[in-house]
Design a protein around this ligand. Structure first.
Ligand code: IMP
Ligand code: MG
Length: 179
């Protein structure tokens, strides 16, 4: 497994302290409110679990699933595979993503949910890859900016593999036949 990772970009410790910082910010910003975390499956699952445990306001959670990348390239098309189970009208929504890349996915989801009249929608992303942005979207909470390289670990996959790595690493181009 290690041999497929070219180099470690973010260590477990770095991730842990940054996630706690973001969680503290959310606790401050939502004091007196009861936000609902909406995780975008599957990449969000580790980040969301860690983030929510650092948040000190009452909150709820749900998940959505959308069609995503095949390999390292986006198809550009977004399809809802799993929708929210409850009503979000008048609720403060925090969308939780593993990585904001082209931004097409989150932009679609944000528009898709906004017609249900939530009180607000904000975005919390673990990683931000601004170099590849296509949609006009910015994260309200972002842990780390990453360079334009394919990264895996801490929830992020390449063809469903490497999600279990406790750190974030750059995938060796040999694995996907790049460079
Ligand atoms: P976007 O619509 O281009 O912003 O796509 C976001 C989704 O693409 C993420 O939720 C990831 O599943 C996937 N993705 C984009 N870049 C990477 C990467 O470097 N490693 C792993 N997954 C990625
Ligand atoms: Mg993925």
């Amino acid at each position: 497994m290690e041999k497929d990772v070219e180099r470690i970009l973010l260590s477990e410790e770095q991730i842990k302290s940054k996630v706690a910082e973001i969680g503290a910010g959310i606790s401050r910003d939502y004091a007196g409110e009861e936000p609902m975390f909406v995780g975008i499956l599957k990449g969000c699952f580790i980040f969301m679990a860690d983030l929510m445990r650092t948040v000190e306001v009452n909150c709820s959670m749900d998940f959505m699933a959308v069609s995503s990348y095949q390999g390292t390239n986006s198809t550009g098309a977004v399809k809802i595979i799993k929708d929210l189970s409850g009503i979000i009208e008048h609720k403060h929504i925090i969308l939780v993503e593993d990585i904001l890349d082209s931004g097409v996915t989150l932009n679609y989801i944000k528009n898709y949910l906004s017609v249900r009249n939530p009180a607000s929608i904000r975005i919390a992303t673990l990683l931000d890859k601004p170099a590849r942005r296509k949609a006009d979207i910015v994260a309200d909470y972002s842990c780390f900016e990453v360079p334009d390289e394919f990264v895996v670990g801490y929830g992020l996959d390449y063809n469903e593999k490497y999600r279990n790595l406790p750190y974030i690493g750059v995938l060796s181009p040999e694995v996907y036949g790049g460079k």
